[in-house]
Design a protein around this ligand. Structure first.
Ligand SMILES: Nc1ncnc2c1ncn2[C@@H]1O[C@H](COP(=O)(O)OP(=O)(O)OP(=O)(O)O)[C@@H](O)[C@H]1O
Length: 334
């Protein structure tokens, strides 16, 4: 998408629900888009699926500008994006197979071709034996699998998930996330976009991620890059320091340290303590294994008798990024 803008009017007030969103996602990758309520996520889904026209800007798939399409071409363009909703919205009176085959039915695919395609799609999503069942007989996770099979029926180039796991329990969520990765591995020409407010989803399956706020992309990049920035907003969201007791100035100075890869497994705090001749304590932290790399984000307390800048210099010498927590908190507030 290039410079995508959507302006709504609430009375006389202009609301820029999307304000110049540009994003390019390569085939074969899973890109997460996260944002708070009101960030513009639903508007983005509507503009990408051409249910709503952007005020300006373009949506391109493999070099074809979907936003330029009209009438018949618009219907064809829409099929290039398969949409999976939070809840599958299935026809209760139709079998699972007929639900999955519905997009093929309305595009005039003959019944025998349709049956073969539906059987293949049901196998792909792990529902090979459920074609004759009705939606009411399925669990939430199975219904979501049906929604995914239906979205894939027209062989889209882009699979767009709008909060795909928000209505599911943690175990079913992980099963659906595993399925999304499996689909991407199965079709390496597919672009997968996942709009979510769940950080777990991004951490578990996304190759890259964008932060949407006020209709703008504030930060974007490969998961391992955005997480590896001590002062990044995505890093805070994905690898945040958990709440901890408040620390009085008399007890020392707080320092945040972020290390990745092999360094994350090294005792850098103990090494820095030894180097500066003071006992640095760990107050809180999170250590995560993301996209094959370990990241460690710790909040340290440098005792009053030691120089926090010496500790920071030593931690940096050891290959970690380190800064005074007060500086980072001020930046976040700014
Ligand atoms: N049809 C509309 N008319 C007027 N304003 C709208 C319309 N749709 C969205 N907006 C405004 O655009 C902004 C972005 O809304 P949007 O629904 O896209 O956000 P969101 O990130 O999806 O939020 P949520 O997670 O709460 O659904 C909001 O300020 C919203 O009030």
């Amino acid at each position: 998408m290039k410079d995508l803008t959507k302006v709504y009017f609430q009375g006389k007030r202009e609301v820029r629900a999307l304000d110049g969103v540009s994003l390019s996602v390569p085939s074969g990758s899973i890109h997460g888009i996260i944002g708070h309520s009101g960030a513009g996520k639903s508007t983005l889904v509507r503009c990408l699926t051409l249910l709503d026209r952007p005020t300006s800007g373009t949506v391109e798939i493999n070099g074809v500008d979907l936003t330029a399409a009209r009438s018949d071409a618009l219907r064809t363009a829409r099929r290039r994006i398969g949409l999976v909703f939070q809840q599958a919205n299935l026809f209760d009176s139709r079998t699972i197979a007929d639900n999955v085959g519905y997009p093929l039915e309305i595009t005039g695919v003959p019944p025998t071709d349709r049956e073969a395609k539906v059987a293949e799609l049901l196998r792909l999503v792990g529902l090979g034996d459920s074609g004759k069942a009705y939606p009411a007989q399925l669990s939430g996770g199975m219904r979501q699998r049906v929604g995914i099979a239906r979205a894939l029926a027209t062989d889209p180039d882009v699979l767009l998930f709008d909060e795909p796991t928000s209505a599911l329990d943690p175990r079913t969520t992980d099963e659906i996330l595993d399925l999304i990765v499996q689909l991407r591995n199965h079709r390496s020409d597919l672009v997968v976009l996942v709009i979510t407010h769940e950080m777990h989803v991004v951490k578990k399956i996304c190759d890259s991620v964008s932060l949407l706020d006020g209709g703008r992309v504030l930060e974007s990049g490969p998961l391992t890059e955005v997480v590896n920035r001590l002062d990044g907003r995505l890093s805070k969201a994905l690898l945040g320091i958990p709440p901890h007791e408040s620390i009085d100035d008399s007890r020392g100075t707080l320092v945040d340290v972020l290390s990745a890869g092999e360094r994350a497994n090294q005792p850098v705090v103990a090494m820095a303590s030894r180097a500066i001749g003071a006992e640095i304590a760990i107050i809180a932290g999170s250590v995560e294994h993301l996209a094959g790399t370990t990241f460690s984000h710790l909040r340290l307390l440098v005792p009053p008798e030691a120089d926090p800048q010496a500790a920071i210099a030593e931690l940096r010498r050891l290959g970690a990024d380190a800064r005074l927590t007060s500086e980072l908190t001020e930046e976040a507030a700014a």
